[in-house]
Each structure stands twice: as structure tokens, then as C-alpha cells.
Design a protein around this ligand. Structure first.
Ligand code: ZN
Length: 393
């Protein structure tokens, strides 16, 4: 079965103009100004993109797909994510991770959930590990998880500067990064160490120290949630200037979170104003993570659950505020994470030979209208067509 997507303006993420896209066996087979297969002997579907923008499928590299949380006891454990929650947010590639609770949750469970999402139609990967160090794995070692388990791209999220963290030392971080690096090399994976930054007083110093006191390349570490506080964000900009990679979390706002929180569009503006490139900057959602608020005594005050929706909303805001072009904004959740996670050019770009993961958005409002994952139409008219096994339809 072939599919032709007609009449869209393709941002690959670079704007390559009005093009038709031929899809077969889940891959992009041809991109051309006018593809006519009416006389073909093969069955085919035609999707009219009707002047909409066609973008690469979004990559969300920080989703608690199998649930997370538990900071306020068993009733505060967050649920698994449903397929349509991801696809309606434009996510066609997800990286799942565990987080705070490595006691009642396991990496095997996370891996099974990732495999389930793959069966349901999208592409999934995981980070092995939890907040703690020594961290949890499937095979007993970070290195062998990376080498032996296809879906494991890196390690994380390891928590630092957080009262929920295991308070690792520099030596422990260096050893972990070394294992991730070696495992990544042998397994031909990115082998990144995805590091959760909390609101703690030491900010990113543990990562800076790990880089300066070892031979591990700075790009092995991917600090995330760096926009949760403005002081932390300043450190992240230094890290970026030094050659590092940073991941912003969508949905942070000074109104609903800390008054010090840096909204994604503001953070991007700061980076651009400093003359730094956005190529090593990504944004992820932290969906289905718990978002606990603690008082000054460290007691849990309230708890919410993250969603994937703010991911595209925050990029749209940056585009509408004219902080970034459409191409640059889209790259933050497509091409940039694909390169950092070594998934490029299979993922993160609309090009011949790439997976047929496409997000079709209204050219004015940028609302997500259609989503294709590996060539299959998952969302149409903003509504899910494909559902997870136990989702309410
Ligand atoms: Zn986190």
C-alpha cells in the first residue's frame, strides 16, 4: 500500500516549498513538486494536505510512558501514557524513562511499555536507569543494557541538585558517564547520560566538575529541566557555550511554577541574544511525570501530572512571538534531538529514505491536524484515528 500526501508546504525542517510526498512500507520514497500515481498498478491512498505545513514527526525524549511519581505515597504514582495522548501532540518518536521511583517500578516494565507503543504504531526508545546512583538496569550494568537492548539509547534520568536525588558524588557521575560512553560505542548508540536538574543549591556544578575532572566529552551529558530556574538557566547557557547540549522542559511558567521559571520562548530568546546557536538545544515534555510542589519544610503540598501538549504549544508560542522561524522552532523537537540521540536521518527530517513520520499543521494557527507515524494516519482532523489497546475510544 502506498500513500501520497499532496499539496503541503514542507518544512523538512528547512522550508523546501510545496511538495508531494510518496510513502511506501513506512518510509518516504519520493519528494517531488507533483507526484501522479493514478495509473499505477498498486493500491494507494491520497491525503490532501491542503496548503498545510508538513513537518517531521516530533521526537519527545523525556516521557514517563510507564508512569512515574510516588512522592506522596502509592496513590500519587502517575499512570501509563496512552498512544493517542502522544500522537495528538504530534509525537511519533518517544523516549521513555522511569524517574524518581526505582523501587516499585522497573526498567523491564518500562521496556515492555515501550514495546507496546511500538506495536501500537509509533517509534519508541528508553533510557535505562532511575533517579538514583548506582542506578537500576535490566542486565545488571549500564554498559550491557546499552549494548544488548536495542531500545536503550542512554541512561537517565539521573537526578542531581534535588532533595529527591541520591546525592551522587563527582566520582560516581564520572564512572557512570564512562560506562554510558563505552556502552554507547560498542552498541552504536548515543549513550547519553540524561540528567534531571532539580531546584537544589548546587545547580549544574556536578556536571561541570564531571567534565573538567575527566576525559569524557561534554556532549555525553544532557542536562534537562534547565529552565526551571533563571539561575540554573544561566549555568545551562555557559554549558552550551562550552560545547554542551541542553534540554528545556515545556510547560514551565513563572505564573504556575516557580516565579523564577524560564518559559521556553524566553529561554530561546536569551540564547539567541547571547549569540549562541540553537543546534544543540532541544525541548521535551516530561509528560506523565509527577509535578510535586513542596513547602519550605520539604513537605508535599500539591501534585500534578505533566502532559505532552505543552511541547508543541511552547514551540508555537516561540514562532508566533517571532523568537524563532518555523524551521528553527521545529528543529528543537525533530532534527536536533534526532542528531543528539543518533537517530538521524532515520528520524527528525522529511527526506527520501527517512521514516514516514509527518505532522501536518495549519499554516496560520499551527494546530496539529494530521499525524502519520511510519506511514500510517494516526490523527485526522485533530482527532485520533488509532487508539492504544485499553484507551477509551
Ligand atoms: Zn525529571
Amino acid at each position: 500500500m502506498f500513500t501520497v500526501v499532496k499539496n503541503g508546504i514542507v518544512h523538512a525542517p528547512e522550508n523546501i516549498g510545496r511538495k508531494d510526498i510518496l510513502i511506501g512500507a513506512g518510509k518516504i520514497l519520493m519528494i517531488s513538486p507533483d507526484i501522479d500515481i493514478h495509473n499505477s498498478i498498486f493500491d494507494y491512498d491520497e491525503i490532501d494536505a491542503g496548503e498545510c505545513l508538513i513537518l517531521p514527526g516530533f521526537i519527545d525524549q523525556h516521557v514517563h510512558i510507564a508512569g512515574a511519581g510516588g512522592e506522596g505515597g502509592p496513590r500519587t504514582r502517575t499512570p501509563e501514557i496512552g498512544l493517542s495522548e502522544l500522537t495528538t501532540g504530534g509525537i511519533t518518536t518517544v523516549v521513555g524513562l522511569l524517574g524518581f521511583d526505582g523501587m516499585t517500578r522497573s526498567i523491564s516494565d518500562l521496556l515492555a511499555k515501550a514495546k507496546g507503543l511500538e506495536e501500537e504504531g509509533i517509534t519508541s526508545y528508553i533510557y535505562s536507569g532511575t533517579y538514583e546512583l548506582p542506578t537500576r538496569t535490566i542486565t545488571g550494568a549500564v554498559k550491557s543494557d546499552l549494548v544488548l537492548i536495542d531500545k536503550v539509547l542512554g541512561i537517565g534520568e539521573i537526578a542531581i541538585s534535588d532533595h529527591r536525588s541520591a546525592q551522587p558524588t563527582v566520582e560516581e557521575m564520572i564512572r557512570l558517564a564512562a560506562e554510558a560512553r563505552i556502552g554507547g560505542m560498542i552498541g552504536n548508540k548515543a549513550g547519553v547520560v540524561h540528567v534531571h536538574l532539580g531546584e537544589g543549591k548546587n545547580g549544574m556544578s556536578l556536571i561541570f566538575d564531571s567534565v573538567s575532572r575527566s576525559d569524557i566529552p561534554i556532549t555525553q551529558f544532557v542536562p534537562t529541566h534547565v529552565n526551571r530556574l533563571s539561575g540554573l538557566f544561566d549555568e545551562a547557557m555557559t554549558f552550551l557555550r562550552d560545547g554542551g547540549v541542553i534540554d528545556l522542559t515545556s510547560g514551565f511558567s513563572s505564573k504556575h511554577d516557580s516565579p523564577e521559571a524560564v518559559e521556553v520562548y524566553m529561554g530561546l530568546e536569551k540564547i539567541i541574544r547571547s549569540g549562541l546557536s540553537l543546534e544543540r538545544v532541544t525541548v521535551s515534555s516530561d509528560a506523565n511525570g509527577s509535578m510535586p510542589v513542596f513547602n519550605d519544610s520539604g513537605e508535599l503540598e500539591k501534585l500534578a501530572k505533566g502532559s505532552v501538549k505543552p511541547l508543541w504549544n511552547d514551540i508555537c508560542k516561540a514562532i508566533h512571538e517571532e523568537v524563532v522561524s518555523i524551521s528553527t522552532g521545529v528543529a528543537l523537537i525533530t532534527k536536533n534531538p534526532a542528531k543528539i540521540l543518533k537517530l538521524y536521518p532515520k528520524k527528525g527530517i522529511v527526506s527520501v529514505g527517512s521514516d514516514a513520520d509527518l505532522v501536518i499543521v495549519n499554516k496560520e494557527s499551527l494546530k496539529i491536524e494530521k499525524v502519520l507515524a511510519k506511514g500510517r494516519l494516526m490523527v485526522d482532523n485533530e482527532q485520533p484515528l488509532a487508539w492504544g489497546t485499553f484507551e477509551k475510544q
